[in-house]
Ligand binder design. Structure first.
Ligand code: GDP
Ligand code: MG
Length: 227
């Protein structure tokens, strides 16, 4: 199964290492790596969603205070990639740890339980913290999905689809309802987020290339003047 237990600092991408392409590393490490972070209040199903995605099983009694990270090779639209999932578990109460988590993530699944209004309210704070740490403007898009989990418990619903949709629209993000129990939409949220991360990286790459091009032409202009 290869579950990895972590504590902060043990994860390569946590330590801020972006160099995953060195020759000496095993081949899988050369694949594109998409770093996903699960955020949300305790008890909403972050671990259950992660474990369902990773191992196709519904784990009902996962240790609530345990943060863990997982890595898996998947086929994303025909391309082999790796997904790295950090399942957070309350350490976010410590600002420094939380900021490190958020800084190192490339995409976020912001989870609440449709059976708990409070957990829905809490998503706003998680989003604000992420935007602040990532230093992005409210209008700037980061790979992010609002996830309403426990859709199998519709009879206990406290958060309507409309209010969740409306919050997602305000944030300009997608809203998806999942069930870690029945597996409904579990693959969807992880794959949709990976697509957002992949597209974002491609855009950033294009921007960087453009900037390089601009710099080059400026310096060549200077050269002409000197000559
Ligand atoms: P976390 O604190 O966000 O990681 O939440 P957990 O994954 O530990 O889940 C908390 C509780 O909710 C556990 O008892 C899970 O079995 C239960 N749970 C999680 N997801 C679902 C779901 O989609 N449907 C139902 N019915 N229960 C769920
Ligand atoms: Mg958990």
């Amino acid at each position: 199964m290869g579950r990895r237990h972590l504590l902060s600092g043990c994860l390569p991408w946590f330590r801020g290492s972006s160099n995953t392409n060195t020759m000496s590393k095993p081949k899988t490490q050369q694949l594109p790596l998409h770093k996903v972070i699960m955020v949300g209040s305790g008890g909403v199903g972050k671990s259950a969603l992660t474990l369902q995605f990773m191992y196709d099983e519904f784990v009902e009694d996962y240790e609530p205070t345990k943060a863990d990270s997982y890595r898996k090779k998947v086929l994303l639209d025909g391309e082999e990639v790796q997904i790295d999932i950090l399942d957070t578990a309350g350490q976010e109460d410590y600002a420094a740890i939380r900021d490190n988590y958020f800084r190192s993530g490339e995409g976020f699944l912001c989870v609440f339980s449709i059976t708990e209004q409070e957990s829905f309210q809490a998503t706003s704070e998680f989003r604000e913290q992420i935007l602040r740490v990532k230093n992005v403007d409210k209008n700037d898009r980061i790979p992010f999905l609002l996830v309403g989990n426990k859709s199998d418990l519709d009879e206990r619903r406290q958060v309507s689809q409309e209010e969740a949709q409306s919050k997602a629209a305000d944030w300009n993000v997608a809203y998806v309802e999942t069930s870690a129990k029945t597996r409904a939409n579990v693959d969807k949220v992880f794959f949709d987020l990976m697509r957002e991360i992949r597209d974002r990286k491609a855009q950033d790459g294009q921007k960087q290339n453009k900037n390089k091009g601009k710099k080059k032409s400026k310096s060549s202009k200077k050269k002409c003047v000197i000559l």
